[in-house]
Design a binder for this molecule. Structure first.
Ligand code: GDG
Length: 468
C-alpha cells in the first residue's frame, strides 16, 4: 500500500477529543497506510521574513508537519483570497466577494511555499490528497517541482455554474490548476456537472463521459464523492457523560415545549437570519406555537476579523432580540441564541432533544449537521429534518422536508409541517434517511476517493497542464 500524504490548510490532530469526524476519519486513513499530514500550524510567525521552519509531531503512526505563516501571507492568502474572494464566490455570493489587490499574489505565493516545503518530504510511491479551496493550485506547483506522484483533490465547498465561476478574476488560471490533479472530487453530482459545463462552455474542451474532462491539452477525472459522518463515532459521543447531562438538563428545562435546533458556524452561507425570520413568521402565522416552540440556535464564532462576519453577527443579535421582545413571555423565550462554540461531546444531547432541526443554508457544499441530527434520533420517535434544497446534502437526503431558504413564508409553512408531522410519517422518513447516512458515511467517502485515485490511468504527461 502506498504511503498517504494529506495536505490541508489546517492540520487536525486526530487524537484530540475536540477533533471532528473529518479529522478522525482522515487520521484513520493515515494510521492504516502510515502517513503524513501537512499544513499551516494556525500560527502567525513573529515579524520575520525568513523561510518558515517545519515543526513535526507524532500522533501514533501519523506524522503531523506544520509551519507558520507570516502576517502578510496570512492576510493575503488566508483572510484575503481564500476567505474574501473564493469562499463567497464559490458560494454564489459575488456581491460579497472582494478580489482585492495583493490577495491573488498572496494566494499564489503561499501555494508555492506549501509546495516548496512539502516536496522534499515526499517519496516516489506516495499518494497525495489535497483538501479544499485554499490549495487549488498546489498540485500544479508540485508538478513544477518535478513531483510525479498521484495527486487527488477534494473541494469541500460548492463549485458554482460557469457564469458564476467565470466572474472570478483569474478563473481560467484556477480551472487550469485543476488539470494538474489526477482526480478532482466534488461534493455533488450538480457540482461535477458545473465543472463539466465550464470545460465545454468556457475552456473549449470536451466532456468524455464518466467524469473525464479534456481541456488545455490535458485530462482530469472529476467525480462526486459526497462526504458523510462517522455514524458510530457520533453515536458513541452520545454516551458521554457531557452529552447525557446536556440531554437531561434540556429535557428538564424544555420538557413541555417543542425544541427546534440550529447549529452552524456563524457564516453568511448558512442562512441563519432568514431562518430566524421564518421562525418569526411561524409564530405570527401559526399562534398555536407561541409559548411552546423554542429555537436553540448555536452560532459558533469563525473568521471574526472579517467585516462580512461582523455584519452578520450584528444582524443576528438584532433579530433574536426583536423576536424575543415581540413574542417572549416571562416563562418562555422563543429564541435561545448562543454565539460560542459548544463542546463537541454536548452536541448529541442537543440533537436528541430537538423535535426539528433547521438546516437551511443559502448554499452549502454538503452540511454535516443534517447528517449528525439524523444519526442521533430515536428511530421509535424521531425528529424531523428541515433541509435547504441548496445544501449539497439535499441531493442525497430526499426524505427530509426540503425548503427554499429565500422563501420566508414558505419556510415557515415547512417548519409548521415538521412540528406537526404524524409519528408514522416521521418514522418512515427517518428510516430512509438513517439508512442513507450509514451507507454513505465518511469511511465510504474516503475509501471511494482513494480507490478512484489509485485506479486513474496514468498515461498522460503529468506536468503539461501546470499554468504559468
Ligand atoms: C465545510 C463545508 C461540508 C458546529 N458548531 C459547533 C460544532 N459544529 C460542527 C458540526 C459539524 C461541523 O462543525 C460543521 O460542518 P458543516 O458541514 O455543517 O459545515 P462547514 O464547517 O462549513 O464545513 C460543508 C464540510 O466542509 C465537510 O466537507 O459539509 O458544506 O462548508 O460537524 O457539528 N462543533 C462544536 N461546537 C460547535 O459549537 N464542537
Amino acid at each position: 500500500m502506498s504511503r498517504l500524504v494529506i495536505v490541508s490548510n489546517r492540520v487536525g490532530d486526530p487524537r484530540k477529543a475536540a477533533a471532528g469526524g473529518l479529522a478522525v476519519a482522515l487520521g484513520d486513513a493515515l494510521s492504516t497506510a502510515g502517513g503524513l499530514w501537512f499544513g499551516w500550524s494556525g500560527h502567525i510567525a513573529e515579524g520575520t521574513d525568513a523561510e518558515p521552519e517545519l515543526r513535526e509531531q507524532r500522533a501514533g503512526a501519523v506524522r503531523l508537519v506544520t509551519f507558520d505563516l507570516s502576517k502578510e501571507d496570512h492576510d493575503s492568502y488566508y483572510l484575503g483570497y481564500s476567505n474574501q474572494a473564493l469562499w463567497p464566490a464559490l458560494h454564489y455570493r459575488l456581491d460579497l466577494a472582494d478580489f482585492g489587490s495583493g490577495f491573488f499574489a498572496g494566494y499564489q505565493r503561499v501555494n508555492r511555499l506549501f509546495a516548496r516545503k512539502l516536496a522534499p518530504l515526499l517519496e516516489p510511491g506516495d499518494t497525495i490528497w489535497i483538501h479544499d479551496y485554499h490549495l487549488i493550485p498546489l498540485a500544479a506547483e508540485l508538478r513544477r517541482l518535478g513531483c510525479r506522484q498521484r495527486i487527488g483533490f477534494f473541494l469541500h465547498i460548492p463549485l458554482p455554474p460557469p457564469p458564476i465561476f467565470a466572474a472570478i478574476p483569474g478563473h481560467e488560471w484556477l480551472m487550469r490548476s485543476f488539470f494538474a490533479y489526477d482526480l478532482v472530487g466534488l461534493q455533488t453530482r450538480a457540482d461535477a456537472d458545473h465543472f463539466g459545463r465550464y470545460v465545454v462552455e468556457e475552456a473549449g474542451g470536451r466532456s468524455l463521459g464518466d467524469g473525464c474532462c479534456e481541456a488545455y491539452g490535458d485530462r482530469v477525472l472529476v467525480r462526486p464523492f459526497p462526504i458523510g459522518i462517522d455514524v458510530d463515532e457520533f453515536r458513541r459521543l452520545a454516551l458521554s457523560s457531557e452529552s447525557r447531562e446536556t440531554e437531561r438538563t434540556l429535557r428538564e428545562q424544555y420538557g413541555h415545549r417543542r425544541v427546534l435546533v440550529g447549529i452552524d458556524r456563524l457564516d453568511y452561507s448558512k442562512g441563519i437570519p432568514k431562518r430566524l425570520r421564518a421562525f418569526r413568521e411561524l409564530l405570527a402565522n401559526y399562534p398555536e406555537n407561541r409559548n411552546s416552540a423554542t429555537l436553540i440556535q448555536i452560532a459558533s464564532p469563525t473568521r471574526e476579523t472579517l467585516l462580512a462576519y461582523e455584519d452578520i453577527r450584528h444582524e443576528l443579535e438584532g433579530l433574536a432580540g426583536e423576536i424575543n421582545g415581540e413574542y417572549g413571555e416571562l416563562a418562555w423565550m422563543p429564541i435561545r441564541y448562543m454565539h460560542r462554540t459548544w463542546a463537541r461531546r454536548r452536541l448529541p444531547g442537543l440533537y436528541r432533544v430537538a423535535k426539528v432541526a433547521l438546516v437551511t443554508p443559502l448554499r452549502d457544499g454538503m452540511n454535516l449537521v443534517a447528517k449528525e441530527y439524523v444519526a442521533m434520533q430515536d428511530p421509535a420517535d424521531p425528529g424531523v429534518l428541515v433541509l435547504s434544497r441548496f445544501a449539497g446534502a439535499a441531493e442525497q437526503m430526499r426524505e427530509a422536508l426540503l425548503a427554499n431558504p429565500y422563501d420566508i413564508s414558505g419556510m415557515a409553512q415547512v417548519i409548521q409541517q415538521a412540528l406537526h408531522m404524524p409519528l408514522a410519517e416521521r418514522r418512515e422518513r427517518h428510516k430512509a434517511l438513517a439508512a442513507g447516512i450509514r451507507e454513505h458515511d465518511v469511511h465510504r467517502w474516503r475509501t471511494d476517493f482513494l480507490r478512484a485515485l489509485a485506479d486513474v490511468p496514468r498515461d498522460r504527461p503529468t506536468a503539461a497542464s501546470a499554468p504559468a
